[in-house]
Ligand binder design. Structure first.
Ligand code: BMA
Length: 319
């Protein structure tokens, strides 16, 4: 166990952070952040990055690396662009992809934020190779974001974790679908806490759920507003394997937050926003890829076993 300021450190920043910035891009880009991540069949790490241009609008671009740290080969052109003619809900761009490989389909399903006149909503797109794409269109109307599909059906249905904004706040929900297009059976999974809590103002799924022997590990971002703005930090909860809307445990404090200069200072200061992870062949070593200050892409490494152990030792007090 390593400690920082007396707290257990569950995620260790890579010394090469930030691992990708706009300066690495083969075409003009303002900022590169909030990537989805996955291993490809040959073990290559693929990051699908959100790239913001100098109009302020975002598209997605793939970067591939053999070791998941450096030597990134970045697509020479945007990989997936907004298609406002056919999808007006994407008028102002597409953002924050989360990637799930679904065995049943033999395809990756990418959940992303479609940003249009009505606000941000959740859209899905399918791909086998990150070169050609099959859009499902908008599946959750605005205002909704921070979505990822589960890798397999739950009780016969596809399951999507997402974060609608309602009058009662910004909480994490799960919805079910027989076909990825029609969604229902909406259930509340995890609420934003109130008052002084680090996750008092908003919560949202960060990377897709991580399957473990104890349940689905959910890394979620919690937002705390203060006089200076918002702080985006990462917390952890455990959801029941057969009933993921049932939260078995929730950590009390955040486990990762903006501390490095590239996380504290950027377009939006004080943001750590993971959208993707990979798990090493040992089944334990977890790499999270995250947006730092809405400006660059960074990497931190943790251990699933250690996170689960920490969760057992730090159950949440009353919210
Ligand atoms: C959230 C998301 C992210 C962004 C974060 C901080 O609402 O939309 O895209 O990184 O705000 O600005």
């Amino acid at each position: 166990m390593t400690a920082s300021r007396g707290y257990q450190t569950l995620f260790h920043r890579h010394v090469k952070n930030p691992i990708l910035t706009a300066a690495d891009w083969p075409y003009p880009a303002h900022s590169v952040f909030n990537p989805g991540a996955t291993f490809l069949k040959d073990g290559t790490t693929l990051l699908l990055c959100r790239v913001e241009d100098r109009r302020g609008l975002s598209h997605l671009c793939a970067a591939r690396s053999v070791n998941g740290v450096d030597g990134w080969v970045i697509d020479p052109k945007p990989t997936l662009c907004a298609d406002p003619e056919n999808h007006p809900e994407e008028l102002w761009g597409i953002e924050d992809p989360r990637i799930t490989f679904v065995d049943e389909l033999g395809k990756f399903v990418i959940a992303y934020t479609a940003f249009g006149k009505a606000g941000p909503g959740v859209a899905l797109v399918l791909t086998q190779d990150f070169r050609t794409f099959e859009r499902c269109g908008l599946v959750m109307q605005p205002d909704d974001k921070d979505a990822a599909l589960l890798p397999r059906r739950i009780d016969g249905s596809f399951a999507l974790i997402h974060r609608p904004m309602t009058d009662s706040g910004a909480h994490v929900w799960m919805s079910l679908s027989p076909d990825l297009r029609n969604w229902g059976s909406h259930k509340l999974v995890l609420s934003a806490r109130k008052g002084g809590w680090w996750d008092a103002n908003k919560v949202g799924l960060s990377p897709p759920l991580i399957e473990t022997p104890e349940g689905w590990l959910m890394l979620y971002h919690g937002v705390r507003q203060n006089a200076a703005g918002c702080l985006y930090r990462l917390g952890v909860a455990l959801l029941a394997i057969d009933q993921p809307d049932h939260c078995l445990a929730r950590g009390d404090s955040w486990i990762f937050g903006p501390e490095a200069p590239y996380e504290q200072d950027g377009d939006v200061d004080n943001v750590t926003f993971p959208g993707g992870y990979t798990v090493a062949p040992d089944g334990d070593t977890l790499r999270i890829y995250y947006g730092a200050a809405d400006t660059s892409v960074a990497l931190a490494t943790g251990s699933i076993r250690e996170i689960l152990a920490w969760l057992r030792e730090h159950p949440s007090a009353a919210a």
